[in-house]
Ligand binder design. Structure first.
Ligand code: 13P
Length: 226
């Protein structure tokens, strides 16, 4: 299973160093087949060898250049980072449109990065029965056969609300996605210690992308240990 933690705009350089130390220690005793990925804020990237995959929440599709405030591949390389989150609804809400997400996807693919591509609909869209149509649009013109692709289904109404999507709805979307791609599929949105087991038991679910419940490293470790 994949256990990914998106720390969003939380943790400092100092606190993430402690987080990573505790996680490294704990991972010595977990199942080898699990894949653990953490996306810290970029200011907190660590340069040392880690027992988990360190990913970036954001990057700009360039190696370097005149892109004020952005992170290029050159900066990721310095920390050995080759795992990227693309399409998170919180970045889409800040204005990342399909064109930019596609450029990020293609750049990441060109450099063999592991991509976690996020998709997910608003509650209104779900109520109108338009989820599949909407997800199809979010995945349009992306190479769903890319071998280093993971897709995370994160319905917007479940992110940060404490209310995960219903199991039957997650199951229906993951089944739909699995008909389009062989990529591993994750679920994200208010995953916590009470619901993780039922979520991981869903057919086609290859893991979870956790926000709030992973901010405390002890809680994240407990989710991984199950
Ligand atoms: P929460 O787990 O806080 O709902 O966040 C999920 C998320 O957005 C992970 O990318």
């Amino acid at each position: 299973m994949i256990f990914a933690a998106n720390l969003k705009c939380n943790h400092t350089r100092a606190s993430f160093a402690l987080y990573a130390k505790a996680l490294n220690e704990a991972l010595k005793y977990t199942k080898n087949e699990d894949e653990i990925i953490v996306f810290p804020p970029s200011i907190a990237f660590l340069g040392e060898k880690l027992d988990f995959i360190q990913g970036t929440q954001n990057f700009y599709p360039c190696v370097n250049g005149a892109f004020t405030g952005e992170l290029g591949k050159m900066h990721l390389d310095e920390f050995g980072i080759n795992c990227v989150l693309i399409g998170h609804s919180e970045r889409r809400a800040l204005g990342e449109d399909h064109e930019l997400l596609k450029a990020k996807f293609e750049f990441a693919k060109e450099h063999d990065f592991k991509i976690i591509f996020c998709v997910g609909e608003e509650l209104e869209c779900k109520k109108q029965g338009k989820t599949k149509e909407f997800l199809n649009k979010q995945l349009e013109n992306l190479d769903l056969n890319y071998q280093n692709l993971i897709i995370a289904y994160e319905p917007i109404y479940s992110i940060g609300t404490g209310l995960s999507a219903e199991i039957k709805d997650i199951e229906s979307v993951l089944t739909f996605l699995s008909s389009k791609t062989k990529a591993k599929l994750l679920y994200g949105g208010s995953v916590n210690e009470d619901n993780i087991k039922a979520i991981l038991d869903i057919e086609h679910c290859g893991g979870v992308l956790v926000g709030s419940a992973a901010l405390d490293v002890r809680k994240f470790i407990n989710l991984i240990k199950g």
